[in-house]
Design a binder for this molecule. Structure first.
Ligand code: SF4
Length: 485
């Protein structure tokens, strides 16, 4: 499909919205030079806003007057939405919203127009379904108390362990299977501990106040108990974690042992995540997880025996070979285990994943089944006392749906809320980690990227330390600006 752009800068939004309707279509975004080649979407901003679609026998044009004060990008996107919705005979659950953080936007709308105004804007201007608007409202309400904990000098710490026992076929992270990358782990851990110390020095110098710690990746529990101890001791010796939520992902049940759990507990970890994704062994095999349901159940009961009182479990709707019945069974069994939080993801297929036969996953019928899966999970979770408290979306999600964190009251994870709402700085350590510097007095965010892969991280660690100097620059500029004001 050719997308012609005539005299405007809205190509990013136009392309993303088209992708949401036509996920399997190859799109070429081209400046308009007088010729239209079918199939095409023509978007023009001249004496009026105009969108025409001509594809596979379907033809339609809509126009809109340019009026002072209106959001012209939104107007053009609305015309495109109306045409593609008619052409495909579908409405998108999140309407015109293509961004990853709908709750952040909803929150902003609530503070501007109140709850009713935000609901009306979502439903009428952005064409978000009533159901998803209600979900956004529930998440936004659940987050309010947590967001008020964040102060101008607050920050959270993210540490990346980019190793896993094997690589899942849908994985789009930089994580490497430890079978292939074992030789890198020792040096990686040594340098990571160095980086944690350097980061702590900077945070102290700037009088930043730690709010939450999250060790993810990858699967941190791919490390041995001894290696985990070295890592966690380094965090404890360099940061005051006494009042913080301290999460470690123990995502792959096949990496969980009594020794490792004991180490996490002794080192003050308050929240862990054990992720079944599905409790169907044949699906686990199909997605390359190489662990069994039995291992998941064992890891979970071991964690409970060891005294963990805040456990999250991740599930994925839309996995290759999974069926509605099997997904429902997984949801029911996981709820029966009664973890404090359950995160329900929708499968997203990124280019970097091992599976790339997208037609397998993103056709209309898969989208409908996945939607039914999420509807089932939502009802079951509400019925069992879980509340949705954070939500995000990714591109290339089956059915344009969402990932939702559900938790029992009192177990909403502050880190998840902080990172999704981008309320304060996240200092990142390790390969693939991103430091996000948030100006507490504006919406301005700057990013410092660490090297993506562990081998690059090990080889070029010193360059990374130089990049970290930007943290001080960022905060000194904020101080200067605010003194100036
Ligand atoms: S456990 Fe997570 S990070 Fe590791 S390979 Fe699977 S999806 Fe990727």
């Amino acid at each position: 499909m050719n997308i012609y752009i005539d005299n405007h800068k809205f190509h990013y939004e136009i392309e993303n919205l088209t992708k949401a309707f036509l996920p399997n279509e190859k799109l070429s975004v081209i400046p308009f030079e007088g010729v239209l080649l079918q199939p095409y979407i023509f978007t023009s901003y001249r004496d009026e806003i105009k969108v025409s679609v001509n594809a596979n026998g379907f033809e339609k044009t809509l126009t809109k007057e340019i009026v002072k004060g209106q959001d012209d990008e939104l107007e053009m996107a609305t015309l495109l939405y109306d045409i593609l919705s008619e052409m495909q005979s579908v409405n998108l659950p999140w309407g015109l919203l293509t961004g990853v953080r709908p709750i952040k936007l909803f929150h902003k709308l609530v503070s501007q127009y109140g709850e009713e105004g935000a609901i009306s804007y979502f439903e009428n201007e952005l064409k978000v379904s009533k159901e998803k608007t209600a979900l956004a409202l529930s998440c936004e309400k659940a987050q309010r108390d947590i967001l008020s904990l964040s102060k101008p000098n607050s920050f959270s710490l993210y540490i990346s362990i980019p190793f896993c026992p094997t690589r899942c076929n849908y994985c789009s992270f930089v994580s490497q299977s430890v079978e292939k990358a074992k030789h890198l782990v020792k040096d990686y851990l040594r340098l990571l501990c160095e980086e944690i110390k350097e980061t702590a020095k900077i945070a102290k110098e700037l009088s930043l106040d730690l709010q939450s710690v999250y060790i993810g990746g990858g699967t941190p529990t791919t490390l041995s108990a001894e290696q985990l101890k070295i890592l966690l001791d380094t965090v404890n010796e360099n940061f005051d974690v006494s009042d913080c939520e301290f999460t470690v992902e123990a995502g792959r049940p096949d990496t969980v042992t009594k020794e490792k759990l004991a180490c996490l507990k002794d080192c003050g970890v308050t929240r862990i995540s054990i992720n079944p994704q599905t409790l169907n062994d044949s699906v686990l095999e199909a997605i390359g997880r190489r662990h069994t349901t039995k291992q998941t159940l064992k890891a979970y009961s071991l964690a409970k025996e060891m005294g963990f009182e805040n456990i999250n479990m991740d599930l994925i709707a839309g996995l290759t070979t999974d069926t509605l019945e099997s997904f429902k069974d997984t949801v029911d069994k996981v709820i029966k285990l009664s973890p404090q939080s359950i995160t329900v993801h929708t499968l997203a297929i990124k280019r970097s994943a091992n599976i790339n036969d997208e037609s397998l996953c993103i056709d209309k019928s898969s989208a409908n089944v996945t939607k039914t899966m999420l509807d089932y999970a939502q009802k079951a979770l509400y019925d069992n006392g879980y509340v949705p408290y954070y939500l995000y979306r990714q591109s290339k999600m089956v059915g344009n749906l969402e990932n939702v964190g559900w938790a029992r009251e009192g177990f909403f994870s502050p880190y998840n809320v902080f990172i999704m709402d981008e309320v304060h700085t996240i200092l990142g350590c390790g390969a693939g980690a991103v430091t996000k510097l948030k100006n507490p007095y504006s919406n301005h965010i700057e990013r410092i990227f660490n090297f993506k892969y562990p081998y690059e991280y090990n080889d070029r660690y010193n360059e990374l330390l130089t990049r970290k100097e930007k943290i001080k620059e960022f905060y000194s500029n904020i101080l200067i600006t605010n003194k100036g004001e």
